[in-house]
Design a protein around this ligand. Structure first.
Ligand SMILES: *Cc1c(COP(=O)(O)O)cnc(C)c1O
Length: 426
């Protein structure tokens, strides 16, 4: 592991010129992986860094995860895997130290590039196996594959009906020297659900996985790495740990289901803090409409702040009139929320009633231009909202809140949750 560089690689975009930023604490990534290792101590740990590491920045998170002892990296698309491999090669990370699995297999993919980049590939169908085996044959190399079994999600994976034919095709490709069967795997659809139905679903997944392993064994196939669990399975289903667990959301410090247990309860530290400086603080008269459609009207003479983040940055429009925000003013944190509709590039927050004698220029404003508005972060550290609160406000899940963060928001990677400036303020 000594070959893994720990220096964070930050966005090439000049951060000073863009007002908002997502501060990503790589020490929290390492902390969370250690906590989750404790929950599945006998299994290999795959760090799932698909979708730009759930919006946190693919390469810096991958390096932090490997540095923290993660054994594998996982992504969805082959293109993501190729990008990750190239970046890891450039960073000097040995390929044996960083096996990568990509699990989305579109027909006609350039499999040869993936095989050459030492990307492990998921196989659910005989046609995919045929394409991969053909590419391997033309390269004169074995492709590394993980057979996926459909254990009850009806997404990817070979159904119990289809699996015997796939197993025999894999057997032929193994014997022919085109593939090496590295793994067998599946995915749980209700691992976060403690209801009797949820538990029964997970038990059924495990049973179908076992019978799938039996089908492979009958074809003489004994994959070394069997894997079934993502974060929720790692946390709540030891019977589903097998040889490896695939850790996504928990590595980012968020719970797969905050209703079952929140980040703090699980000992996880939210990794991302999304913030922007106020670009306006002004007094608006009573009963004035705010933002498109005037869906909120000032209930009194009001202090309003303007935040330069909008739906083009991934701030869901569903947060209109509700998304929680904490403004860090000189007098202390002001807990508030979005008022009016979220626009493409900005939204308004309520900063409270303004007295008749106050004007926009009053020195006793509740906040000032340049004060930091925090949308979400680690509520255990400062009085800031959580990604879970944003998810609840928007009627979605924390996964969507972080992974949809827009391309144009700079990611600033730090160790220990704060820059010098923030440590000075704390
Ligand atoms: C995204 C994903 C994971 C990670 O899931 P989390 O719930 O974020 O831990 C694991 N396995 C597969 C197949 C995935 O698509």
């Amino acid at each position: 592991m000594s070959t893994i560089p720990t220096t964070p690689v930050t966005t090439p975009r000049p951060v000073e010129t863009y007002p908002s930023r997502a501060v990503v604490d790589l020490d929290a990534v390492a902390h969370n992986l250690h906590v989750l290792r404790g929950r599945a101590p006998h299994s290999l740990q795959m760090a799932v860094v698909k979708a730009g590491a759930y919006g946190h920045g693919q390469l810096p998170v991958a390096l932090a995860a490997l540095g923290a002892g993660a054994d594998w990296l996982g992504v969805a698309q082959v293109e993501e895997a190729l990008e990750l491999r190239a970046a890891l090669d450039d960073a000097g990370v040995a390929r044996e130290a960083a096996p990568i699995l990509a699990w989305i297999a579109p027909s006609g993919q350039d499999w040869a590039r993936a095989i050459e980049a030492d990307i492990d590939l998921s196989v659910s169908w005989t046609w995919a196996l045929a394409e991969i085996a053909a590419a391997a044959r033309s390269l004169g190399r074995r492709a590394r594959i993980h057979v996926k079994v459909d254990t009850g999600m009806s997404r990817a994976g070979s159904t119990p009906e289809d699996l015997p034919a796939l197993a025999s095709a894999v057997r032929t490709a193994v014997d022919g020297g085109q593939v090496e069967l590295v793994g067998a795997w599946s995915h749980l659809s209700r691992a976060d659900d403690p209801s009797p139905e949820g538990l029964a679903s997970t038990a059924e997944h495990v049973a179908l996985f076992e019978s799938g392993l039996g089908v492979l064994a009958a074809a003489g196939l004994h994959p070394a790495i069997r894997h079934l669990s993502a974060t929720a399975g790692a946390l709540w289903h030891p019977e589903a740990h097998y040889d490896m667990v695939r850790i996504g959301i928990g590595m980012y410090g968020l719970s797969p289901d905050p209703v079952v247990a929140g980040s703090a309860e699980l000992g996880l530290r939210p990794v991302m803090r999304l913030e922007a400086p106020l670009t306006s603080v002004k007094v608006v008269a009573t009963d004035r409409p705010v933002s498109y459609g005037g869906t909120w009207r000032t209930p009194t003479r009001r202090w309003l702040g303007l935040v330069p983040l909008g739906y083009a940055d991934g701030i869901l429009r569903a947060a209109s009139n509700c998304g929680p925000v904490t403004v860090l003013s000189a007098e202390g944190p002001v807990a508030t929320h979005v008022v009016g509709r979220v626009c493409m590039d900005q939204f308004v927050v309520d900063l409270g009633p303004a007295r008749e004698d106050q004007t926009s220029a009053s020195p006793d404003a509740p906040a000032r231009v340049g004060d930091t508005a925090v949308l979400f972060g680690d509520p255990a550290v400062g009085r800031v909202p959580s990604a879970d609160q944003w998810a609840r406000a928007c009627g979605t899940i924390n996964y969507e809140i972080v992974s949809r963060l827009g391309e144009r928001v700079p990611r600033v990677h730090v160790h220990g949750g704060g820059t010098d400036e923030e440590e000075a303020r704390a």
